[in-house]
Design a protein around this ligand. Structure first.
Ligand code: CDP
Ligand code: MG
Length: 726
């Protein structure tokens, strides 16, 4: 088995600078010792803070922020950028006079985890001096919060009320190397804001070399240069490196390409566990499915084999991981998240199986071995079919290096790449494609429009989006009545849709529900669609789950009723959400009830919270709050008003449940998780599509095709019974 691996020759890389005028501080040599874990003791926390690589750069960072409008900080994961720099700024007086220091993250989980860590380090209660905001969750106290963590998407929304972001003195855009769509939009807008607010300071932090292209983006063009060198803050971006703690990581490659990376990952973990010295293992897989599967395989292995394989503590880590799942996996009250971030118990070896969330945005202590599948889930958008898919795709060299680096934080580590060296050298792309260039741009375009940026194609993007995707986004927004003939936001619809923090199609359905008298129902549906899933899925209990789901599928069927073909009366998944919600309220929001019905209690609590938030937005916008009670037709019609572009009809002469999209005549199928699976009504609209072996519609509802013409006469023409054209 050991022959499986071939040691690599990749050398650690140095970040270097080539452009004149940019200040660049090289890192000192890597410091040797690292702290043993000393969590939970305040005095030790302070010691720990001072041992972080950025600590040595504290004065330099404060100097640069004072003197330069934009400071770019490069430093490997775990060097203290995210947790320390906002605190330095706070200590350095940047939150005086009621100003707030903002730090953005691409991911919600990172926002929460980092904010609570910083609150702990500062010895304050989370939500007071240190707070965070993610969509539908605001844990800050206005006037009190000085350091605020938020997703970049939330920062974008804040610009709608406060276009110059005037309450912030410094905005740190963290994890900029990830080039998420919101990060790129935020960078573009901040560059604009800087011209109007020269006193605003930006910090852009990046784990990798990507810093260079970001620096050139922020370098003022000749037109804007002009001002003398002595003007403070200087407009040239400064770059500083806070490297310096990594240990060497030995790279191992497989000798032959692996057929099944999941299986290969599991055997590699077992091999490390049997043959290698103590130290935790971090495995990079792609998503919930393969992570859960690998966790299960490892747990089975660990239990079935002899003592030598005992002592493995298997911990899945992905964004949608709910507390209920965590408790189930662990059958204890300790949350998985606590375990992932806390020191490994004596005699145990942690195996954290993660998505690329652990690549840079989360710090995990004690990792010595990394197993890299070479894949991650990435979003790809096809503007022609308007399908956005999360696809398992090869990672870039930059990602692979980043993943390997996670093994060298505590002491020299090892990385096992589940691909060949030949592949790494010759085939793996050097850098990933910015999300901007592979995403649906509808939400992005509407937000820019709402901020008054009309010439979107001429916008100064860090990476230009594809014209096809841009045109498609404009087309969708136009069809929703959000944009007018001049591509300006319509009033009031356009402005209202932009204000609702949902996908524009869903926002439009929300507006329509006000007119159709079913806004109470639509609030519930929108909230349910915004959680990952309201169901508990337990491997091996798929049949029971399907049955539970079907019990809620038809209106009027009580959960205790026998299962006599309720399918016949099923109107779709959205209606099912309403029935579950009703049942949940009737049970007195009972967790027992949820458990009995395969409903995810924590997701339902989240639905309640989200619904409340959406309700406030709806009230602010003057949407009439009304319930249609049992009139599901109103609900389905309101959904159609938003999702008419996603209409499909069944292919009459096939027996396999094949549908065609009206817009592009593409073959699509109802997803097996839908209550309409195998029911195959004539006409449906779907909420989203996923592509696996086939294109599947998720969250599907039945409609009457006449509604399409009624709600979107500009989009559809009725051409006699059963035929509809665009
Ligand atoms: O942002 P960067 O990757 O440079 O580092 P960081 O997230 O600020 O983490 C610095 C240190 O804080 C890590 O080495 C961890 O020891 C600690 N940390 C933690 O214990 N818990 C967290 N949730 C975040 C950081
Ligand atoms: Mg960080």
């Amino acid at each position: 088995m050991a022959k499986f691996w071939k040691p690599g020759t990749e050398k650690p890389r140095l970040v270097e600078d080539e452009d004149g005028g940019v200040l660049f501080l090289y890192s000192s040599s890597s410091s040797s010792s690292s702290s043993s874990s000393t969590f939970g003791f305040a005095n030790n926390l302070q010691n720990q803070r001072q041992r972080l690589p950025v600590y040595k750069r504290k004065d330099a960072i404060l100097f640069l922020v004072e003197n330069y409008a934009t400071t770019i900080i490069v430093g490997e994961t775990g060097s203290g950028k995210t947790t320390q720099i906002p605190q330095y700024l706070n200590e350095g007086g940047w939150s005086d006079d009621g100003h707030v220091i903002a730090c953005t993250q691409p991911r919600r989980l990172a926002v929460q985890s980092v904010a609570s860590r910083v609150a702990e380090e500062m010895g304050v209660k989370l939500g007071e001096e240190v707070g965070y905001v993610i969509r539908f969750e605001d844990v800050t106290t206005p006037g009190v919060t000085r350091v605020k963590f938020l997703t970049d998407g939330v920062l974008l929304r804040e610009m709608m009320d406060d276009p110059l972001l005037s309450k912030y003195s410094v905005i740190m855009v963290d994890e900029a190397h990830e080039r998420s769509i919101s990060t790129d939009v935020v960078l573009g807008l901040l560059k604009k804001i800087q011209r109007r607010r020269p006193e605003l300071r930006l910090i852009i932090s990046s784990a990798t070399i990507e810093a260079k292209s970001i620096a050139s983006f922020f370098r003022p063009s000749k037109k804007h240069r002009g001002a003398g060198d002595d003007v403070v803050p200087k407009r040239e971006p400064a770059i500083i490196s806070a490297e310096g703690r990594g240990f060497t990581v030995g790279i191992n490659y497989v000798q032959e390409p692996v057929a099944d990376y999941l299986q290969a990952a599991v055997s590699t973990v077992m091999l490390i566990h049997k043959q290698q010295a103590a130290g935790d293992i971090l495995v990079f897989l792609t998503g919930q499915d393969d992570i859960d599967a690998a966790a299960q395989l490892l747990n089975e292995e660990a239990q079935s084999s002899d003592r030598s394989t005992g002592g493995l503590l298997v911990l899945p880590l992905y964004s949608g991981l709910s507390r209920a799942d965590q408790a189930r996996i662990l059958s204890s009250s300790v949350t998985l998240q606590d375990l992932v971030f806390s020191p490994t118990p004596r005699g145990k070896r942690k195996v954290i199986i993660s998505t690329n969330i652990a690549e840079t945005s989360l710090t995990l202590e004690g990792i010595v071995y990394v197993v890299d599948s070479g894949f991650s889930k990435q979003r790809f958008y096809d503007p022609i079919s308007d399908i956005e898919n999360l696809v398992v795709a090869p990672i870039s060299k930059a990602s692979a290096r980043q993943r390997a680096g996670r093994a060298g934080r505590v002491r020299p580590g090892k990385c096992y790449r589940l691909y060949t060296e030949e592949y790494f050298v010759n085939e793996m792309p050097a850098e990933g494609i910015p999300e901007m260039q592979r995403s649906n741009l509808v939400s992005c375009v509407i937000q820019l429009k709402a901020l008054g940026i009309d010439n979107i194609l001429g916008f100064d993007w860090p990476a230009s989006p594809s014209p096809e995707a841009m045109i498609r986004a404009l087309e969708i927004l136009y069809s929703l009545g959000v944009l007018d003939d001049d591509a300006k936001l319509t009033s009031p619809t356009g402005f209202q849709v932009a204000e609702i923090p949902l996908d524009p199609m869903l926002s439009k359905a929300m507006l329509a529900s006000g007119e159709l008298g079913c806004s109470e129902e639509m609030l519930t549906i929108a909230a349910a669609l915004s959680v990952q899933s309201i169901w508990i899925s337990i491997r091996g209990a798929q049949k029971q789950l399907d049955e539970a789901r079907l019990r809620f599928a038809a209106a009027e069927v009580s959960p205790s009723a026998p299962l006599y073909s309720p399918m016949l009366r099923t109107q779709g998944d959205h209606v099912t959400f309403l029935n579950v919600y009703k049942g949940f309220l009737q049970s007195g929001k009972s967790s027992k009830w949820c458990h009995k019905n395969f409903v995810n209690y924590h997701a339902m609590k989240k639905v309640l919270e989200t619904r409340e938030q959406l309700k406030r937005t709806a009230q602010r916008l003057g949407i009439i709050l009304k319930s249609c009670d049992k009139d599901m037709q109103a609900v389905r019609k309101a959904i159609t008003a938003g999702f008419f572009a996603n209409a499909c009809h069944i292919e009459p002469y096939t027996h396999e449940g094949k549908f065609k999209t009206v817009r592009t005549s593409e073959d699509v199928y109802i997803h097996p998780s839908s209550v309409l699976f195998r029911v195959n009504p004539k006409w449906v609209v779907y909420h989203s599509l996923v592509s696996t072996d086939r294109r599947y519609m998720r969250n599907v509802v039945t409609i009457d095709p006449a509604w399409l013409v009624e709600v979107a006469p500009h989009y559809y023409q009725y051409q006699g019974p059963g035929s509809l054209n665009r």
